[in-house]
Design a protein around this ligand. Structure first.
Ligand code: AMP
Length: 597
């Protein structure tokens, strides 16, 4: 197969961390990454917050800027490593004072404000478990995740609490402490002030001994069926966060790094908090939402050198800044400091890579990973040629393979064995050989779903891919019904369940429909209860109902009425068929459907 190649010819201004791919793959092992960690003083183990903050203070870099927080009002609040060490220590002391300890779950439902970063690091210092939620979730995803995750503490704002939590609080009996960030004239009952507690707490905190296998983070991810799954990550994962940010994002300690992902998603934690701080870089945090001018301004004004974003964001910028034709962006902005751009989360179309090269002056480097892997697994590297449309090649220390699939579209496991497809350009399920430090340790309280991810010594990713003759991996699609919209993973079951709570809805089937900018948007097909008439009014009502319950990040964008949803004989809606019909694709084998002879 012939593909366009972007050759890296000019010598880069900064020597890449990974200069020779083959040599790095031959010589690297994860012990080298572990050896790069400071470790807690006196050999008391490894704690992410120590690596991310206290280490730098202890090594004399406390005055360096850790965060540059850009507010919605454009005001910039810089936070030094020493300041972040103190603020996170205060929060750790608050938790200790509340009797919250090792393994207890601390949830956040916050925008990207400095307090989110203090809370995250303070929770890790206290050896409690951090579970960051996306603030655009509606009450239903919040309730589900807090129940499943056994939340003891929630840090949020008064506004978010009133809108999303107050109404479900009685369903969360384990939630003992709710701390509200920001002033409150009339604090809601059962809440405390974050500022009052942290301001009163001591600013010194000695991190207790922490084993690298102690749980640090809980990230919920979506499956095809059932409730969201809580992927458990440990403190020792920081070795992989640090090493992969150096390899795949070419991050150096003096970089100014902007990861646009929200910490409510794994990218915003692994690479928005842990990795760049562990490397001692300066992290730009933007509280605001996407806006092309705002983003170009932040890149320019904050002197961003390394930028990690999502394909949907790149496509939105492409719209605002076409390659040809009259445009004034980003010409009005000085992006000369930017030296590396990467993206993750969904397929990056070749056009977007080339747009980066032509408009930003830098190609966009796609990389691949997922909540379960905890860190980047496959990437296009600073020193390597790019094949636009390819996710790149496995990182040093990562073994990836394409496995032969069975009729269900997943890796075929026969007698406990899988078949690795050695020939180039063959489609199959992408699999990884377990063993890297940030591999999830299982789904919380769900051994069956954890076990289903492994076969014959491989971790099965649920993605379909192919590998070309030169070892570059190409994304083919999801092997399941999970939807990726604007970089966010959405479980169709969660959306269907919410819709079916509306009294007019009998049944729902939810799919992803291709979209030029968001990659995919959520579309729901619903059948109505007897006597209910379809119509635009009901359509609007259902869209609003879903948005209220699920929040804008998860709710369907489109709803269609269909009284004959395709179902299996056991009564399950067949999303594959809904998708085929929507896209005008062949329907495939329909012999197991209801109504077929
Ligand atoms: P999440 O666990 O939310 O990070 O989502 C992980 C999923 O996002 C993967 O399993 C893929 O389906 C998708 N994904 C991540 N990176 C890429 C990429 N570079 N190209 C295509 N799909 C991607």
């Amino acid at each position: 197969m012939a593909h366009e190649v972007i050759h890296k010819t000019a010598a880069p201004a900064v020597a890449p961390n990974l200069a020779d791919y083959d040599r790095a793959r031959a010589s690297f092992d994860w012990q080298q990454a572990r050896d790069g960690l400071a470790g807690l003083p006196d050999g008391k183990g490894v704690n992410i917050a120590h690596e991310a903050v206290d280490r730098h203070v202890a090594e004399g870099r406390g005055d360096r800027t850790a965060l540059r927080c850009v507010g919605r009002d454009d005001r910039v609040r810089p936070v030094t490593y020493a300041g972040l060490a103190r603020r996170s220590a205060r929060f750790a002391n608050v938790l200790r004072g509340l009797g919250v300890g090792r393994g207890d779950r601390v949830f956040t439902l916050l925008g990207r404000c400095p307090e989110l970063y203090e809370t995250a690091l303070g929770t890790l210092k206290n050896t409690s478990v951090l579970c960051p939620l996306f603030s655009a979730f509606g009450p239903e995803p919040v309730r589900q995740r807090m129940r499943l995750g056994g939340a003891r503490v929630l840090v949020t704002t008064g506004e978010l609490y009133r809108r999303k939590v107050a109404g479900i609080r009685q369903e969360l009996p384990g939630l003992e402490h709710v701390l509200l960030v920001g002033p409150e004239d009339e604090p809601p009952p059962g809440t405390s002030s974050y500022e009052e507690l942290t301001d009163a707490a001591p600013q010194d905190f000695t991190i207790p001994p922490t084993d690298g296998e102690d749980t640090a983070l809980l990230h919920f991810t979506s499956g095809t069926t059932g409730t969201p799954k809580g992927a458990v990550h440990v403190h020792g994962a920081v070795a992989a966060h640090r090493a992969t940010a150096a390899f795949a994002l070419d991050l150096h300690p003096d970089d100014v790094f902007w990861c646009t992902a929200d910490p409510g998603w794994v990218t915003g934690t692994s690479y928005g908090i842990v990795a760049p701080l562990a490397l001692g870089a300066t992290v730009v945090v933007d509280e605001g939402d996407f806006d092309a001018r705002r983003w170009y301004r932040i890149l320019a004004d904050e002197h961003v050198t390394v930028w990690y974003t999502a394909p949907t964001a790149v496509r939105m910028l492409m719209r605002a800044t076409p390659r040809q034709g009259p445009h004034d962006l980003p010409r009005g902005y000085d992006l000369s400091r930017l030296r590396f751009v990467a993206s993750v989360g969904e397929p990056l179309n070749p056009e977007a890579v080339l747009w980066g090269r032509d408009v930003l002056g830098l190609p966009v480097h796609d990389n691949w990973w997922q909540t379960e892997t905890g860190c980047i697994m496959i990437a296009n590297f600073a020193a390597c040629d790019i094949r636009p449309g390819s996710m790149g090649r496995p990182l040093p220390g990562v073994e990836a393979a394409v496995l032969e699939c069975g009729e269900d579209g997943r890796a075929l496991v026969a007698g406990g064995r899988v078949t690795v497809l050695e020939r180039p350009d063959a489609d199959g399920e992408l699999a990884l050989r377990p063993g890297w430090p940030s591999m999830f340790r299982g789904y919380l309280d769900d051994e069956a779903r954890t076990a289903a991810c492994f076969a014959d010594g491989w971790y099965l990713t649920g993605d379909l891919a192919r590998r070309d003759a030169d070892g570059y991996f190409w994304f083919v699609g999801r092997a399941d019904d999970v939807i990726k919209s604007a970089g966010h993973l959405i479980g169709p079951f969660e959306v269907e369940s919410a819709l079916m709570e509306h009294p007019a809805v009998a049944e729902a089937g939810v799919i992803g429909r291709p979209d030029e900018v968001a990659g995919t948007v959520v579309k729901a097909f619903v059948s109505l209860r007897p006597g209910v008439e379809p119509g635009p009014g009901l359509q609007r009502e259902l869209l609003a109902f879903a948005r209220r319950r699920l929040g804008p990040a998860v709710a369907p964008r489109e709803i269609a009425f269909d009284q004959n949803l395709p179902r299996t004989r056991s009564g399950k809606v067949v999303r594959r068929l809904l998708r085929a019909r929507e896209l005008g694709l062949p329907e495939g084998d329909v012999s197991t459907l209801e109504g077929t002879p």
